[in-house]
Design a protein around this ligand. Structure first.
Ligand SMILES: Cc1cc2nc3c(=O)[nH]c(=O)nc-3n(C[C@H](O)[C@H](O)[C@H](O)COP(=O)(O)OP(=O)(O)OC[C@H]3O[C@@H](n4cnc5c(N)ncnc54)[C@H](O)[C@@H]3O)c2cc1C
Length: 428
């Protein structure tokens, strides 16, 4: 198990990402309300209760290669049970069983599952032998609590014949008894029990002409270490501004295709980590010992737990955004507090790039003045130069940083800033 007491909170990388350092868990319900609010503010029209039946192109090939010309004329017609809609672009965010992915016949490449998991809130007649927290048994793994009645159970073995059939009390009872190997008795399930697996797959390309895949529609894996929603969020944040730039006509050449090149390796990495986690849960004696070595010996090495936290939270992610770039370029900007006491994030709400100019003479202002519609310029001169001047993309990725010793002037920093704006922000 991940042990919070082994995290070194003094680690500067963790400390600069306050949400990760503090380990903030956000209930999905709250997140959905927050997003719905934001959609309402932006005037996004969310239509609920409408089923998508299929998509087709008004002209060219809907399944065009990922590198197809973004300016091809064809639109996408979305067929729904409430009529047809025509769109320039469609983002298929329709979940792991994505009907759009299936309709288009797009391969979902990866590894078959070896366990079946269940999660629900249940009433129990008999809890004999049920232990709170996470528990390993020769047949699988289960977690009981911390919410009263919550049980998560995963059993290694074959998949159910009908993956879509609702989970019955009998099915759950049988699995719980088999994994825990006691006579634990369930009397009722509250709401709906979910069934899932460690099926680990992804689409080869995130973009197929004017259809883009995001979230579970693009990748699925076991839910251990709780990374699925974060991974989908990463897709959305990466894609949103690029699609807007393409739609608005200012995207530099190839911008939209960087969605695929940047997100594919991240999905591969999450799939591989979750595969490794499942492998560590097998019930045999050797795996039990492997679990002990990894958990009790390797993770107690100083820095190991921090690395795991930084990697699994995503703050270690790195995109190839500039030639010969070294960190922090390519990484996600931390929770930067400016000299004024305001946060860098405060300037990012309107979806523009943010340039934080830390020089005394506002040296970098001229380089971005002509792009003010797309770059928010923030002068933040300070006596200490611990934080260099930065240019941050709308998705929080640093694409340029002045060197610490850029006081006094350095032509090189300005040249690199010009190259970064040309590559990511465009020319007008
Ligand atoms: C047991 C379990 C625990 C998990 N715990 C965590 C966790 O702690 N943290 C975490 O980050 N992730 C967790 N995950 C993963 C997370 O739930 C998923 O990664 C996430 O919900 C995927 O979001 P999504 O929007 O891509 O897809 P979904 O949430 O599947 O949403 C897809 C949407 O598309 C709609 N849809 C599908 N077909 C159609 C159609 N034809 N017409 C119209 N609408 C359609 C569906 O109704 C649905 O609303 C967990 C998953 C499981 C199974």
């Amino acid at each position: 198990m991940f042990r919070n007491d082994l995290v070194d909170q003094e680690d500067p990388v963790l400390a600069s990402h306050t949400a990760v350092a503090g380990g903030v868990a956000v209930p999905q319900y709250d997140l959905e309300l927050l997003l719905a609010d934001r959609c309402a503010q932006l005037g996004v029209d969310v239509r609920r209760g409408i089923a998508v039946k299929g998509v087709r192109s008004t002209g060219g090939d809907l399944l065009a290669d990922a590198d197809a010309d973004a300016d091809a004329d064809a639109d996408v017609v979305v067929e729904t049970d409430a009529g047809e809609l025509t769109a320039g672009w469609v983002v298929a965010a329709d979940g792991g069983r994505s009907p759009i992915r299936k309709q288009l016949g797009i391969d979902f490449i990866g590894t078959d599952p070896e366990l079946v998991g269940y999660q629900c809130i249940a009433d129990f007649d008999d809890t004999t032998g049920l232990s709170h927290g996470w528990n390993w048994t020769p047949r699988g793994v289960y977690a009981y609590g911390p919410i009263p009645g919550r049980i998560l159970v995963a059993r290694f073995g074959p998949q159910p014949e009908d993956r879509d059939a609702p989970v019955t009390l009998e099915e759950l009872q049988e699995v719980v008894r088999d994994v825990i190997q006691t006579k634990v008795t369930l009397s009722a399930i509250h709401g709906r029990a979910t069934r899932w697996s460690d099926n680990a797959r992804r689409v080869k390309h995130y973009r197929h002409g004017r259809v883009l895949f995001a979230g579970d529609a693009a990748h699925v894996h076991s839910p251990f270490r709780a990374q699925g929603l974060n991974l989908g969020f990463g897709d959305a944040v990466n894609l949103g501004w690029k699609l807007a730039a393409t739609f608005q006509g200012w995207a530099p050449a190839g911008l939209l295709d960087t969605y695929d090149t940047e997100r594919s390796p991240i999905a591969d990495w999450v799939l591989d980590w979750t595969r490794a986690q499942v492998a560590l849960m097998r019930g045999d004696e050797r795996t039990k010992q492997l679990r002990r070595v990894v958990g009790d010996e390797l993770f107690t090495v100083p820095g190991a737990t921090n690395k795991m936290l930084a990697v699994s939270s995503g703050i270690m992610q790195h995109y190839d955004v500039a030639d010969d770039a070294t960190a922090p370029v390519g990484t996600t900007v931390g929770d930067v507090v400016l000299t004024s006491g305001r946060r860098l994030a405060d300037f990012a709400h309107d979806g523009r790039f943010v340039l934080v100019d830390r020089t005394h003479d506002g040296r970098f202002a001229d380089a971005v003045q002509h792009l003010s519609e797309r770059i928010a310029y923030v002068a933040d001169s300070a006596a200490d130069m611990e934080l260099p001047s930065l240019l941050v993309r709308p998705d929080g990725i640093i694409i340029w940083a002045a060197d610490q010793d850029d006081e006094p002037a350095s032509d090189d920093a300005t040249k690199r800033l010009d190259a970064a704006t040309l590559r990511w922000v465009g020319t007008r």
